[in-house]
Design a protein around this ligand. Structure first.
Ligand code: ADP
Ligand code: MG
Length: 256
């Protein structure tokens, strides 16, 4: 495994033990993220993507294998790793600002400064004016923006995104992807994003990892040699179409 990797999975196998028996979710998954790259992970529903992200975030201990953060094995959740789930991860009794302030407070920031920073992050994701709204008063897209702002407020080096915009309509999703890429281009966090949308992966990623059906393993790695910034004109770019095709082929070969 490359010394330059910031986060790596080494032969991760995971088997869930349930009252009805064992469910093998992942088989021998290895991957390495390099600092500053944007990687997308695609695979059929139920192939173990969320399981893999939880393991990479230190939230779940794999049955076999190891996760390394830089030069150290990962032992549990770490402030250098931020995660955004698909939905419903905000605290409903806290306003948008209070949700974003939380990681800052937990890391010991004085409350005035934490509020100022949280405010700045809400502006970064385009939510100025909604600081004092509760999650139930916000649309799905706005809630996911708050979740993204909260993850970024903790200033992680690595951002793990589990289909963060999947429940949203196509137009909102596209707009939030633009917000995300714009933030990534300015901040250069290392990003691993799960998506089941092949075109989204080809648009966003430097590199796409394709998983097989459950138990998931990585069956293809596809580079995306498209220049950035990648605008709406990607549709007329042969490289974009070739990449989409290559991902589809790889998914098809997975036995889906
Ligand atoms: P994906 O995110 O790719 O849809 P998941 O990682 O959520 O896949 O799930 C992979 C497999 O593991 C699925 O078959 C799912 O039913 C099973 N699974 C997920 N979480 C649990 C759990 N807590 N207990 C038992 N089985 C689980
Ligand atoms: Mg999932």
């Amino acid at each position: 495994m490359s010394d330059r990797s910031i986060l790596s999975a080494r032969r991760i196998t995971h088997i869930y033990l349930t009252p009805r028996g064992e469910i093998p979710a992942l088989r021998e998954v290895s991957l390495a993220l390099r600092p500053g790259e944007f990687v997308c992970l695609v695979g059929p529903s139920g192939c173990g993507k969320t399981t893999l992200l939880r393991i990479l975030a230190g939230l779940l201990r794999p049955t076999q294998g190891e996760v390394w953060l830089g030069a150290q094995p990962l032992q549990g959740p770490d402030p250098r790793i931020g995660i955004v789930f698909q939905k419903d991860s905000l605290l409903p009794w806290r306003t948008a600002l209070e949700n974003v302030r939380l990681p800052l407070e937990l890391s010991g920031w004085p409350s005035l400064e934490a509020a100022r920073q949280a405010q700045a992050w809400l502006e970064q994701v385009g939510l100025q004016g909604f600081e004092h709204a509760y999650p139930r008063e916000l649309s799905g897209g706005m809630q996911q923006r708050v979740a993204l702002a909260r993850a970024l407020a903790a200033n992680p080096e690595i951002l793990l995104l589990d289909e963060p915009f999947a429940t949203l309509d196509a137009i909102t999703r596209e707009r939030l992807n633009e917000v995300l890429v714009d933030l990534w281009e300015r901040q250069r966090k290392t990003v691993l994003m799960v998506t089941h949308d092949v075109q989204e992966a080809a648009w966003l990623a430097d590199r796409v990892l394709v998983m097989s059906p459950r138990p998931g393993s990585i069956i293809a790695e596809i580079q995306v040699p498209l220049p950035r910034p990648r605008g709406a004109d990607r549709w007329s770019h042969p490289t974009f179409l070739q990449t989409v095709w290559a991902i589809r082929q790889a998914l098809g070969n997975g036995g889906a």
